[in-house]
Design a protein around this ligand. Structure first.
Ligand code: CU
Length: 137
């Protein structure tokens, strides 16, 4: 009788152990799945970071480019967009010292360059009416 009860308890005990193992396996699978999703997202982010394009959009405010000061990092590609508030000759964007000159025809268009030296550069429209400062750090 006592022996029989013990066997029964042990059977329940074994069942519980199996349930625990299954539960642990499920938790591990879910955990691994989350890890994979996070890992793929991280890979996506690093891919975006890998091309390191510094995107800047200028607009028109108080008769000039806005913002007036643009800060960028050295040796990383800079891409400058001009939004739809910028019109006329202000769309022909120049940075003489960096040999940048481009008529940026639409807000989707841009001019791209990579500053290789730290410093302060003047950007301007082709006629020099609109101006601003590019700080390369
Ligand atoms: Cu101008």
């Amino acid at each position: 009788m006592v022996n029989g009860l013990w066997t029964k308890e042990c059977f329940i005990c074994m069942k519980m152990k199996n349930t625990m193992i299954i539960a642990i396996v499920i938790v591990l699978i879910i955990g691994f799945g989350i890890f994979l999703i996070k890992d793929s997202r991280a890979a996506g982010n690093s891919a975006i970071g890998a091309d390191k394009i510094q995107k800047v959009t200028l607009s028109f405010k108080n008769g000039n480019y806005y913002p007036q000061i643009v800060n960028v990092k050295v040796n990383e590609t800079v891409r400058i967009y001009l939004d739809s508030s910028i019109t006329g000759c202000y769309r022909t964007f120049t940075i003489n010292e960096l040999s940048v000159i481009k008529n940026i025809e639409t807000p989707a268009d841009y001019v791209e360059f990579t500053p290789t030296q730290k410093g302060t550069y003047r950007f301007a429209c082709i006629m020099g009416m609109g101006t601003g400062t590019l700080i390369v750090e």
